[in-house]
Design a protein around this ligand. Structure first.
Ligand code: XMP
Length: 317
């Protein structure tokens, strides 16, 4: 029978059996629920023989790195953060094509992770938070999900010479969330919307700069905090802000402004293959618009995306 307690005990026993008394395990942390839950599970199973590597590619949200580090470290996970922000920015400089951005980020991620593995190793095992639907999808080959190259930033080549540890291979997302609750993962991570591997790079339309990321981070924070504050976060499957390259005329006090337009997007969906735009209350949207233009001076116009998927996608790139 499926109870989270029972499953956790079984998963821990399974990991111990596979890894043995001496084996060392490497895990990549994305900040999402799957890899975070896996980190907690593995820490229970093998303690300090787990090293969790968190690559900060500089495309994370406001305070996200500290939040993840604190949650995992507090739960006894041996976590190592690699600050690769400059490196990623250098490689992304002047690149505006979305697929090109994804390729560069995916490639650099593997390089940085590889280097960290080398420095922290040697390791015998590589752990991955693969879920049952991922197993099915990759067995199905090229599908609609590959219209955008969804190489998850957690996905690594098999040629690193490790044995894979994938305790969640038979589980669905809601089951992982139950396990996460039992293992004490804080709710803000446990119930978090999905966040793409390439992070804010694909929400900053066109070429990414430090300044643009900084604007987007502050807008995103106002929107996401606002959703939580108004109890609307859990009604959306995913919510995000997009920084467009459009600058337009506005007025602020007696001053004419010429500043950026940001788009807010929130969707409801079961499988992320199709989605409806979330019918957020007008008053809430008005509050968000006011807050954003008041707190983020580089922005003078806020629009809400009212397009479903299809024909649009959830992300704008
Ligand atoms: P779209 O924009 O294709 O997004 O409707 C569907 C879901 O996939 C996420 N997404 C990505 N996730 N790497 C990822 O790990 C990517 O390159 C990527 N592109 C989109 C998106 O956030 C949504 O949840």
């Amino acid at each position: 029978d499926w109870t989270a307690e029972h499953i956790v005990d079984e998963l821990i026993a399974g990991v111990r059996e596979q890894v043995g008394e001496e084996g060392r395990v490497l895990l990549g942390i994305s900040g999402g629920v799957d890899s975070s839950t896996l980190a907690l599970l593995l820490a229970r199973a093998v303690g300090d023989r787990l090293t969790a590597v968190f690559v900060d590619h500089g495309l994370l949200r406001l305070n996200e790195r500290a939040q993840v580090e604190t949650a995992l470290r507090g739960a006894g996970v041996n976590i190592v953060t690699v600050d690769a922000r400059e490196e990623f920015m250098r490689h992304l400089e002047g690149v505006s094509d979305p697929e090109q951005k994804r390729k560069i980020i995916g490639r650099e991620f593997i390089r940085v992770f590889d280097r960290a593995a080398e420095a922290q190793g040697p390791f015998d095992f590589l752990a991955q938070g693969t879920l049952y639907p991922d197993v099915i999808e990759s067995a199905g080959g090229e599908g609609a999900a590959n219209i955008k190259s969804h190489h998850n930033v957690g996905g690594l080549p098999e040629d690193l010479g490790f044995q894979l540890v994938e305790p969640f291979r038979t589980l669905f997302k809601d089951e992982v969330r139950e396990i996460a609750a039992l293992l004490g993962l804080p709710d803000d991570i446990r119930m978090r919307h999905p966040f793409p591997g390439p992070g804010l790079a694909i929400r900053c339309l066109g070429a990414v700069t430090e300044d643009k990321l900084d604007i987007l981070r502050r807008v995103d924070d106002v929107f996401i905090s606002g959703l939580r504050e108004h109890g609307l976060y859990d009604d959306c499957s995913q919510a995000l802000a997009v920084l467009t390259p459009i600058q337009s005329v506005g007025v602020m006090g007696d001053e004419r402004t010429y500043s950026y337009t940001v788009a807010l997007r929130a969707v409801t969906t079961g499988d992320f293959m199709t989605a409806e735009w979330a019918r957020l209350p007008y008053d809430f949207l008005a509050t968000m618009s006011n807050r954003i233009v008041n707190q983020v001076h580089e922005v003078n116009r806020v629009v809400y995306d009212i397009t479903g998927k299809p024909p649009a996608t959830i992300e704008w790139e």
